[in-house]
Design a protein. Structure first.
Length: 277
């Protein structure tokens, strides 16, 4: 175990030395370091060539709001907590129901009747005690965006999606949108004022959008979409990889068809047109 920690520590130090600019003046104060125990916890991502100690520390300093602790919010929150996001806010006003369990892996049978936000928070704290988890047993409100570096919208209604999009555009907070129904889903990353927002891509909700209670949803399909949302959140927080912005990914998991659809900002968008970075 000690040799593994030494290897990971040397790797992190080498990455920092390579990327640090040469300085003729007196050295700056030493940057914060990853705690020894975290070197093992995050070792499999720290050894990635495109990752770095700076990326890991960026996650540690980040505060992310996850709207919804259901089929999408479960994998999103699990992967963000596992990756080391420093603070997670979990918003959900519903209680756990028996019909949730086939697709919402943060909740177990004994949790039936427990508020989803608190049920989710309990599991996430067991997964990673180093993450501060803040449950909000309430419906989403625009004021909740304050104090967060990024929002992941895992809600299941178009009304909430537009509310989250408008709030993030107003606050200038990056957003990852997602939706799933049946065996298909959608993911979109947004930097307000810089890239197209959700309303730019979808000015109006579809005239008749069925709910998952009516149309159904398979748990693994939600797991795939939520996992992609978590990945896009990590990209936006760390700058590692190419984020899915000015486009959305349409996934048809019945046929394994993935289509990236380009979108652009609209001058008349009521949510983001007035904001420019």
């Amino acid at each position: 175990m000690n040799s593994r920690r030494s290897f990971l520590r040397d790797l992190a130090l080498a990455a920092r030395d390579v990327t640090a600019p040469a300085r003729a003046e007196a050295p700056a104060p030493a940057p914060p370091k990853i705690p020894e125990d975290d070197l093992v916890r995050y070792s499999r991502q720290l050894v990635l060539p495109e990752w770095s100690e700076a990326a890991q520390l960026a996650l540690h300093r980040a505060a992310v709001l996850v709207v919804g602790a259901g089929a999408l919010g479960s994998p999103v929150a699990l992967y963000l907590a596992g990756a080391g996001v420093g603070r997670l806010g979990i918003v959900d006003g519903d209680d756990v129901e028996l019909s949730n369990l086939h697709r919402q892996p943060l909740h177990f049978t004994p949790d039936i009747g427990v508020p989803k936000a608190h049920s989710a928070a309990a599991k996430l704290r067991f997964l990673n005690p180093g993450v501060v988890v803040e449950p909000y047993q309430a419906r989403f409100g625009a004021a909740m965006v304050a104090g967060h570096d990024l929002v992941v919208d895992c809600s299941d209604s178009f009304e909430t999606r537009y509310e989250v999009n408008a709030a993030c555009c107003e606050a200038g907070v990056p957003l990852v949108e997602g939706g799933v129904l049946g065996m298909s889903g959608l993911v979109m990353g947004i930097r307000p004022g810089d890239t197209a927002c959700y309303r730019c891509a979808f000015p109006e909700p579809p005239p008749s959008a069925p709910s998952c209670a009516d149309a159904g949803v398979l748990g693994p399909a939600a797991g795939v979409v939520g996992s992609v949302q978590a990945l896009e959140a990590i990209k936006l927080l760390t700058g590692v990889g190419e984020p899915l912005t000015d486009a959305f990914l349409q996934a048809d998991l019945a046929t394994h068809t993935f289509v990236r659809v380009a979108v652009s900002r609209r001058d008349d968008c009521p949510d983001c047109a007035a904001r420019t970075l």
